[in-house]
Design a protein around this ligand. Structure first.
Ligand SMILES: Cc1cc2nc3c(=O)[nH]c(=O)nc-3n(C[C@H](O)[C@H](O)[C@H](O)COP(=O)(O)OP(=O)(O)OC[C@H]3O[C@@H](n4cnc5c(N)ncnc54)[C@H](O)[C@@H]3O)c2cc1C
Length: 345
């Protein structure tokens, strides 16, 4: 019987592992992947983070190099692996959690390896689990190449012809700017695009966010609510430049498809050869189906700062779990420390 089992060895699981280690409690971190850092390694090839190295570091260890520069996804993947080694965190890889049961005052955790028992379970399986793709995607002809942003690696995956990127968030913007260097590219979005530079006066935008209190505003504060409502801007000017140079053309929100044609609000439509769905993700907590009271109708966890109504069951790494930084590298340590303090008490 362990005191605590953490499910997931991404930045959330490793950060809480760091704080749990200091307590001397007996714990284990389980992850279904073969390697630490795999999630970042498998993201698209050209991905460069919008948070500078100073704001991409977990508690106790900084990402190597110029703290004001932007890390690549492979640097972060390597950093996470080294982080687990440096602090000698007890991670069991290739261990997928299938189901969690509450039995009186402890949990049974069944996995593809064996069954574990623990007094506390921390779910740190990440906010980006299953691709969310509109149902009308199924109406597209089979010759149209379709990829979700989580499957996109680089333009060599595409078939001949134009590209429609659906979704105007940061991934959609970066992918559209990249493919537009070699293809006729359209970006479909229902909202007006808001851009923010990565640097102001040689300082990372996250340095400014920090100094202005944006990173520390809680989800329930006036400032925090305002930031949540506004949503994230697109960081960097690559897409802006591509739109000005007419390499990316903006079209309205996509709402239907037939054959090779995609239809957009504003009575527009286009014949398309490639579609990249940068339409986000949906949560997946199927392993909690025996404890349904912690999941709401939309499939999202019910909690207060990660603490659920089930004694001993916690979440970590959710977007806006407490602050904007809750699902970012820089902010995860704050929430991890809070949960460990709660556990200790
Ligand atoms: C394209 C993109 C760009 C981003 N850029 C930035 C950025 O610039 N700066 C920044 O701070 N953040 C950025 N983020 C956000 C955030 O840092 C990442 O999403 C981060 O990977 C989330 O960490 P996590 O530990 O919560 O989840 P994950 O990294 O997803 O880790 C979850 C782990 O849980 C494991 N797992 C899942 N289910 C099970 C199971 N049933 N059993 C066992 N293990 C399981 C997975 O294998 C995985 O290793 C970006 C995200 C994306 C998608």
């Amino acid at each position: 019987m362990y005191n605590t089992i953490v499910v997931g060895a991404g930045q959330a699981g490793l950060s809480i592992g760091y704080y749990l280690k200091k307590t001397g409690l007996d714990y284990l971190i389980l992850d279904k992947n073969q390697e630490i850092g795999q999630v970042w390694r498998e993201r698209y090839d050209s991905l460069i983070l919008f948070t500078s190295k100073q704001y991409s570091s977990l508690p106790g260890s900084i990402v190597e190099g110029d703290s004001n520069s932007l890390p690549t996804k492979d640097e972060i993947s390597f950093y996470l692996k080294r982080y687990a080694e440096t602090f000698d965190l007890p991670v069991r890889l290739n261990t997928e959690v299938y189901q969690i049961h509450k039995n009186g005052d402890y949990f049974s955790i069944s996995t593809n390896q064996r069954e574990y028992k623990a007094k506390n379970v921390i779910i740190a399986t990440g906010p980006f689990q299953h691709p969310k793709i509109p149902t009308f995607a199924k109406k597209l002809a089979s010759e149209v190449l379709q990829l979700h942003s989580s499957e996109y690696k680089n333009p060599t995956q595409l078939v001949e012809g134009n590209v429609l990127v659906v979704g105007g968030g940061n991934s959609g913007a970066q992918i559209a700017a990249e493919v537009s260097k070699e293809r006729t590219t359209y970006l479909s979005t229902g909202q007006s695009l808001k851009f923010m530079p990565l640097y102001i006066g040689k300082k990372s935008i996250f340095w400014w966010f920090d100094k202005l209190g944006i990173l520390s505003a809680s989800s329930t504060s006036f400032f925090g609510k305002k930031i949540q409502k506004q949503g994230d801007p697109i960081f960097g000017n690559e897409l802006k430049q591509a739109i000005v140079e007419k390499n990316v053309r903006i079209v309205g929100r996509s709402f239907d498809a037939r054959g090779n044609t995609v239809f957009f609000n504003g009575q527009d439509h286009l014949e398309i050869q490639n579609v990249i769905w940068a339409t986000g993700f949906k949560p997946d907590y199927h392993f909690l189906s025996n404890i349904p009271e912690v999941i709401n109708q939309n499939g999202a966890p019910l909690h207060k700062r990660g603490i659920t109504n089930i004694e001993g069951l916690f979440f970590l790494g959710l977007p806006w779990q407490y602050r904007r930084g809750s699902a970012l590298l820089q902010g995860i340590g704050y929430d991890a420390n809070y949960l460990v303090e709660h556990l200790r008490q």
